[in-house]
Design a protein around this ligand. Structure first.
Ligand code: MV4
Length: 446
């Protein structure tokens, strides 16, 4: 096992990785910007290195500074967390070239899944069901018209270099297609430096369901069930739950098997998440995330596995040591993302935390670097805490969530806790009756 791991991230996920390392007897190195000098992940780590000024591009995205920090502290491995450099294939390659272990998949797999056109081709070749659409990039209006004649309207034009909802354009008819294709290409070029686009049949009211997988270096692959991430605002997830209220055990086992078989074919390793749209009982692959995800704790709650521990074990070359038959799902879990934002306007609200009282008790977990007097800098993502609740049933989980939200005190700044309190009181949500449009349409009048 590693002796020392450098954590190339900040906030709650840096703390989450530190905790797994500490429990495994692994020393930790925190890196931080000047804005995070007093942050909890810095205080708890065995060592800390300042890697630059507040701006992420000069600190948490500064590859050379992070590699220098790993060198001077004598780290064996680097955990990238999520966001920042976690899905940067060039960084993963540099980490390996410098003799460190990158705690994640191979640079080749990161690159393959980072380009949405190559990702979709890989998905098709490895037997995953995909959204009907273009076989690859759509490089001309003529090609776009031909694909749309096959799939029917509406169609969605997506950027190959996009993902997570950035760079998408809908065309409802043949007469809208040319302009949509041109606009999608120029926006993709401006946003990603790559104009390439592809096309899919536009699904009207799907759910967003993702499958968590773990794969070791010895050909063993297991799935840890699904997460329903349909509740989002402007492509930012708001609340996630596992299992999905929309799936039964047979559907779960079937899509899980398909996902595992696909990952075996691809030779994927470490943790990964396969994103699907789910509509009328059918799954359609859209993208794959080659990182640990924000919402991983709900999977931990229902499986009893520590995903960061598993990532570290896999990266160190250990076999999984258990098979699919050993993975058992227990109860129901929900995660609320708590942001430092106005709960009505979603305007970010950085500042200094006054009182801080996180909820506790049976089945309640709070992942956060917050403390009384902590500062929430304006330079980064506004997510400041995750509340994860687990119950024996979905109803028990909802009752516990209501209770836990009521206990949560974060003074001095605005947070999205009141939004979550509104959500738990909503009948559609209580019934699990929602899709990817529901939150914005029903709760946020967007
Ligand atoms: C789609 C879609 C409908 N049809 N693809 C948005 C994020 C990116 N991962 C893929 N996205 C979508 N792709 C087809 N063919 C609708 C979305 C989408 C969405 C997906 C998941 C969660 C929330 C969403 C919100 C708006 C649109």
């Amino acid at each position: 096992m590693f002796e020392k791991v450098l954590i190339a991230n900040r906030g709650e996920i840096a703390l989450r990785i530190h905790r797994a390392c500490r429990e495994m007897g692994i020393k930790t190195v925190a890196v931080h910007s000047t804005a995070d000098a007093a942050a909890m992940h810095v205080r708890l780590a065995d060592e800390a290195v300042c890697i630059g000024p507040p701006s992420a591009k000069d600190s948490y995205l500064n590859k050379a500074a992070i590699l220098s920090a790993a060198t001077i502290t004598g780290a064996d491995a680097i955990h990238p967390g999520y966001g920042f450099l976690s899905e940067n294939a060039d960084f993963a390659e540099m980490v390996e070239d410098h003799g460190f272990v990158f705690i994640g998949p191979s640079p080749a797999h990161i690159r393959l899944m980072g380009d949405k056109v190559t990702a979709k081709k890989a998905a098709i070749e490895s037997g995953l069901p995909v959204v009907p659409g273009s076989p690859g990039a759509v490089d001309s209006v003529e090609e776009a018209l031909e694909v749309a004649r096959e799939t029917g309207y509406p169609v969605l034009i997506k950027a190959s270099a996009g993902g997570g909802g950035r760079g998408m354009k809908v065309a409802n008819s043949e007469k809208e297609l040319e302009e949509a294709w041109r606009t999608a290409r120029s926006e993709a070029l401006a946003a990603f430096g790559n104009a390439e686009v592809y096309m899919e049949k536009y699904l009207g009211n799907p759910r967003h369901i993702e499958i968590q997988i773990l794969a070791d270096n010895h050909g063993n692959v297991v799935h840890l069930g699904e997460r329903d991430c349909s509740l989002q605002r402007r492509h930012q997830k708001v609340l996630e739950e596992a299992p999905s209220p929309a799936l039964n055990a047979a559907e779960r086992a079937r899509i899980g098997e398909v996902a595992c078989a696909g990952m075996r074919t691809l030779g994927y390793r470490n943790a990964g998440t396969i994103e699907f749209l789910y509509e009328n009982g059918e799954f359609f692959f859209i993208e794959m995330n080659t990182r640990l995800q924000v919402e991983h704790p709900i999977t931990e709650a229902i499986t009893g596995l520590d995903l960061v521990r598993e990532q570290l074990r896999i990266a160190a070359g250990a076999p999984l040591g258990y098979g699919q038959q050993d993975v058992h799902f227990t109860g129901h879990a929900i995660e609320c993302r708590i942001n430092a934002e106005n709960p009505e306007t979603f305007r970010p609200c950085p500042g200094t935390v006054g009182d801080y009282h996180p909820p506790g008790g049976l089945g309640v977990r709070v992942d956060s670097g917050l403390f009384a007097g902590a500062t929430v800098p304006p330079h980064y993502d506004s997510m400041i805490a995750k509340l994860i609740v687990h119950g024996n049933s979905r109803n028990e989980c909802l009752m516990r969530l209501r209770r836990a939200l009521g206990e949560f005190v974060v003074g001095g700044i605005e947070t999205t806790i009141p939004l979550h309190q509104r959500l738990v009181e909503n009948t559609d949500f209580q019934n699990g009756d929602y899709d990817i449009r529901w939150l914005e349409k029903t709760m946020l009048n967007l």
